[in-house]
Design a protein around this ligand. Structure first.
Ligand code: NAD
Length: 417
């Protein structure tokens, strides 16, 4: 019989089970952590520009609120599914706990193809979806943020819709807002910068210098491009980047700003001058010091894990490595910094933004990045310590550390009623 491929959520549950074994977790808390606290499915009917009606499906999952309000992005993509949204909300729970910010985990998504929709259609869909999930979101309840194919524009629409329904402005309902309505300086570069701060710690661990390393980055969007720009700025060699249409490669390294100019002119990184065009799967298998998957989940699988030629993998994307591939990479001594740590910069600065929205304080970009660096360094050191002590991978160590924190909060609060 052919082996069954695990779904994203099943994969995440396997990781929870592994971490729970290491922790010798109380079975009742383990049982509670295997299920999301609350999941909402909404139907999102809108009038398209041609006058016809389309009905989209939207989801919001709140995995845990044991440590604080649910927190997590909203994704617009044709492949969004309930399974994916729940898995991502679980990862958000561990991520917030790992870096010690006072949030639980949530995630949302709408099944749609934003590339085929006009701005007006997207606005109507976002507003209608917001009203659908309105009963369960709010600054003290669940705070959405951008994810794949959503950004500050969508967050402004959500903030405005929520505020209109309440009758007053509620900037704390979302993060990743534009600056002029309460966004935080540094939020747009937080995930990419956070990943590079973690990379620097990993390089220190291997006595390597950032100015001497070669990096391949899959995905050249919000997160991946910022990492590429910063790495180039500090002297690392960016040798490949990609988008959904393909990848570009030059083993001598290139200036990612030039690739961005090309992408802005042509719509893709493909065929950029001075680079060879390769496929996304070839990018993943390039010989390099650092590989940063920064696009979608499940791109490193048991099929290609033996061909990964990087020394260090920094998972900027959520869930880019399957459980089977994870084991293969660990056995091959590839040092992998898992998503819940590597991309925690986004949610950390979201926490800074939420704090500023609630208090009215405004922080400078320098303040934001300095605080971010400290939190990312601490997260890496906490995970590395557990990884060394228990002789486990950085992924299991990060989860062990994070799950222990969530379990501790559940224990302290006690079971209601
Ligand atoms: P984005 O939409 O800005 O960029 C996604 C990039 O991936 C684009 O360059 C796109 O062309 C590329 N892509 C899409 N399909 C692809 C495919 N099949 N093969 C290769 N590339 C493909 O999204 P983003 O905000 O940069 O998010 C990227 C990843 O990082 C996601 O997994 C997201 O969950 C994660 N993440 C983002 C943030 C954030 O703050 N932006 C925070 C945490 C995690």
């Amino acid at each position: 019989m052919p082996e069954k491929t695990l779904s994203f959520f099943e994969n995440s549950l396997t990781q929870l089970d592994n971490a729970s074994k290491v922790l010798e977790l109380d079975p009742s808390i383990h049982k509670m952590l295997k299920k999301p606290e609350r999941v909402l499915t909404v139907s999102v009917p809108i009038c398209l520009d041609d006058g016809t009606t389309e009905v989209f499906t939207g989801y919001r999952s709140q995995y845990s609120t044991a440590r604080g309000p649910a927190k997590g992005g909203i994704r617009y993509h044709p492949n969004v599914s309930l399974d994916e949204v729940i898995a991502l909300s679980m990862l958000m729970t561990w991520k917030c706990a790992l870096v010690g910010i006072p949030f639980g985990g949530g995630k949302g998504g709408v099944v749609c193809n934003p590339k085929e929709m006009s701005e007006n259609e997207l606005r109507r869909m976002t507003r209608r979806y917001t009203v659908g999930i309105l009963p369960i979101i709010g600054p003290e309840q669940d705070i959405p943020a951008p994810d794949v194919y959503t950004g500050s524009r969508e967050m402004a629409w959500i903030m405005d819709t929520y505020s209109m329904m309440k009758g007053y402005s509620v900037p704390g309902v979302v993060t990743g807002k534009p600056l002029n309505i309460g966004g935080s300086l540094g939020r747009n570069i937080a995930t990419g910068r956070g990943a590079t701060f973690v990379l620097f710690e990993a390089l220190k661990h291997f006595n390597m210098s950032p100015s001497n390393v070669t990096c391949a980055i899959q995905g050249f969007g919000n997160a991946g491009s910022v990492a590429a720009f910063f790495l180039h700025e500090i002297g690392s060699k960016v040798i490949a980047v990609s988008d959904s249409k393909g990848a570009v490669y030059n083993k001598e390294g290139f200036n990612p700003n030039k690739v961005m100019e090309h992408k802005q002119k042509t719509g893709s990184v493909v065929d950029c001058e001075g680079c060879e065009t390769i496929s996304n799967s070839e990018l993943l298998e390039l010989e390099c010091d650092v590989l940063m998957p920064a696009a979608l989940e499940n791109v490193i699988t048991k099929e290609n894990a033996t061909n990964i030629n990087a020394k260090i993998v920094i998972e900027i994307a959520n869930g880019p490595t399957s459980s089977e591939a994870d084991k293969i990479l660990y056995d091959r001594d590839v040092f992998l910094v898992p998503d819940i740590l590597a991309n925690a910069g986004g949610v950390t600065v979201s926490y800074f933004e939420w704090s500023q929205s609630l208090t009215g304080w405004l922080w400078t970009e320098e303040e934001v990045l300095t605080r971010l660096e400290k939190i990312m360094q601490q997260g890496f050191r906490d995970a590395l310590k557990v990884s060394k002590e228990k002789e486990i991978s950085m992924r299991t160590a990060s989860q062990v550390f994070a799950i222990d924190r969530v379990a501790d909060a559940i224990k302290t609060r006690g079971l209601f009623p």
